[in-house]
Design a protein around this ligand. Structure first.
Ligand SMILES: CC(C)(COP(=O)(O)OP(=O)(O)OC[C@H]1O[C@@H](n2cnc3c(N)ncnc32)[C@H](O)[C@@H]1OP(=O)(O)O)[C@@H](O)C(=O)NCCC(=O)NCCS
Length: 341
């Protein structure tokens, strides 16, 4: 890239539809893919493949910033339906990566395409304070996601007894409606509900997500690791697991909000870990939102360690009414705000 040339032509740039065969677009596209790979909780080949597949299927689209016959910026986004748009990765040529450009990009997408709800950070080329000024000025706050893993045989192979009156069992497709109910209650008012939101209606949203897990949307459903705790014939805690190329991934850990802080989460997750170790898995993964203290403490206690992240992303505080941080006080259930999966 010729920085001088870009700087000179940079005055009246225009945003145009994404066309990767434009001069320099592919190069910037590659830079954007590299950013996406760095941010992804997956090995590079897997994330590049996922990125390309989303692009081919039209789930991911974007825009180019053109100036003087050159492409000087590229931004991708995906639609999250009613939730709005998740914007990123974004790559600018070094001289074009200014706070004003990012600001302009967000406004442009907001006006032309739809509400911007999430933005993938960090914003390339900006120092942290400048990035915070742009994003906070546009009504965004930071959040992060982490991947954690537990390698066997480091796992505690003894499972705590389920709390009194609770029995543990495998859960699967036959439990769909109880799982939907539990999911809706567990994530009510939580940041994570918005992270994965598919439908505004809470129950419908839980239905889409739980059925998505059971039907293999995020990897083949793994009954060998999915467990539920029942009390008085009611499902009060559950884990849902998928088979992924790197080993099983725990997609959901949920406890009825009225019964939190009584060991149910630990019991059901320990049982999942024990079952997965027994099924021959060498490692198990999960993702968690930074600030979800109850979940993080539980995972650390069971031996999970952070292997990737936290990511450095932004959410619109106008679109998402709760912060990711969950109250610190143990017992008594949810804190004032939520997070999760
Ligand atoms: C995370 C969750 C499953 C924990 O379930 P739980 O039954 O309340 O947890 P337990 O009573 O078994 O507690 C086990 C450990 O978790 C941690 N923990 C539980 N509640 C906590 C809280 N309010 N604050 C801090 N740590 C907490 C503690 O380390 C606790 O061990 P301790 O009792 O020895 O201190 C539950 O809060 C939940 O359903 N949250 C909403 C959904 C969600 O966020 N899931 C996780 C997605 S990644």
């Amino acid at each position: 890239m010729n920085v001088g040339e870009v700087g000179a032509d940079n005055r009246r740039p225009t945003w145009v539809d994404l066309e990767l065969d434009r001069p320099n677009a592919l190069g910037l596209g590659r830079a954007a893919i590299e950013l996406a790979v760095r941010a992804a909780h997956a090995p590079p080949e897997e994330s590049v493949r996922a990125f390309e597949e989303e692009l081919t299927r039209g789930r991911l689209t974007g825009t180019l910033l053109r100036a003087g016959g050159r492409t000087i910026g590229i931004a991708f986004w995906r639609s999250l339906g009613r939730v709005g748009l998740s914007v990123g990765p974004i790559a600018f040529e070094p001289t074009a990566a200014t706070p004003e450009r990012y600001d302009e990009l967000l406004q442009e997408i907001g006006q032309r395409v739809g509400t911007v709800t999430f933005v993938a950070g960090p914003l390339l080329g900006l120092e942290a304070p400048a990035e915070a000024r742009v994003m906070e000025g546009a009504g965004f706050a930071r959040y992060g996601r982490m991947e954690m893993e537990l390698r066997f045989p480091r796992a505690p192979l003894t499972t705590p007894d389920p709390p009194t009156n609770a029995s543990v069992r495998t859960v699967g497709r036959d439990d769909a409606s109880a799982l939907v109910e539990l999911h809706a209650r567990a994530y009510r008012g939580r940041f994570d509900r918005y992270l994965f939101l598919e439908e505004e209606d809470e129950r419908e949203d839980a239905r889409v997500l739980v059925h998505g897990i059971l039907e293999g949307r995020w990897g083949e459903f793994a009954p060998e690791g999915s467990r539920g705790l029942e009390r008085e014939r009611r499902l009060v805690a559950a884990t849902l697991v998928a088979r992924r190329p790197r080993g099983p991934m725990i997609l959901d850990v949920m406890v009825d909000p009225e019964l939190r802080g009584r060991g149910l989460g630990r019991a059901v997750l320990s049982e999942t870990v024990r079952a997965l170790a027994g099924s021959g898995a060498e490692v198990v993964h999960l993702n968690v939102t930074e600030g979800n203290t109850p979940a993080l403490r539980l995972y650390r206690e069971l031996g999970f360690v952070v292997t990737m992240g936290p990511t450095h992303d932004w959410y619109s505080t106008r679109r998402i009414p709760v912060p990711p941080q969950v109250g610190e006080a143990p017992g008594g259930g949810a804190g004032p705000a939520g997070s999760g999966r």
